[in-house]
Write a protein that binds this ligand. Structure first.
Ligand code: S3P
Length: 168
């Protein structure tokens, strides 16, 4: 096994899970999402893990989940938006096809605000300002590891999935 066929990275709410599922369907492979893995292994939601252990505790759990998924999964893998903060994770992604899904701040706030099914603890207060701060801190990390960038603004997920396929 050589690792996932494609890894999707990018900010919260950009649609990594939705696009990843569609892309996996187009490729005829499986889909896996490290946020789901974290919640399944822990038996707690991400919001609960942040509440219990804070961000450092969450990042340690997330790192283990990411490295397990990179070793086990050969389909499409979506990473939590902050997974690339870890240097070992960035190194592990170097040899893989890593696609950065990007969006602008208005779309980010709209999408993450609407997504009550999966609350993002890091955007709980002042989502617009927090998102902008996070992107300023992370943009160079996404850009540094991505083999392709696909803009998602105003595009339906089916179109984004096809654009990712074209970019691979
Ligand atoms: C986070 C992104 C979330 C989740 C957690 C922290 C981040 O994943 O892992 O809330 O730091 O950007 P999604 O990008 O799938 O929303």
């Amino acid at each position: 096994m050589t690792g996932p066929q494609a890894v999707l990275v990018g900010p919260m709410g950009v649609g990594k899970s939705t696009v990843g599922r569609l892309l996996a369907g187009l490729l005829g492979v499986g889909f896996r999402d490290t946020d789901d893995d974290v919640e399944a292994v822990e038996g707690r939601t991400i919001a609960e893990i942040f509440g219990d252990e804070g961000e450092p505790g969450f990042r340690a759990i997330e790192k283990r989940a990411v490295h397990r998924a990179l070793a086990e999964h050969d389909g499409v893998l979506a990473l939590g938006g902050g997974a690339i903060l870890d240097a070992d994770t960035r190194t592990a992604l170097v040899a893989l096809r890593t696609v950065h899904l990007s969006m602008d701040v208005e779309e980010a706030v709209r999408r993450t605000g609407l997504d009550t099914a999966r609350p993002r603890p890091l955007l709980a207060e002042n989502p617009r300002e927090r998102w902008q701060e996070l992107m300023e801190a992370r943009r160079h990390l996404y850009e540094g590891i991505a083999t392709a960038v696909v803009a998602t603004d105003g595009r339906p997920p089916e179109e984004v999935a096809r654009a990712v396929l074209d970019a691979m």
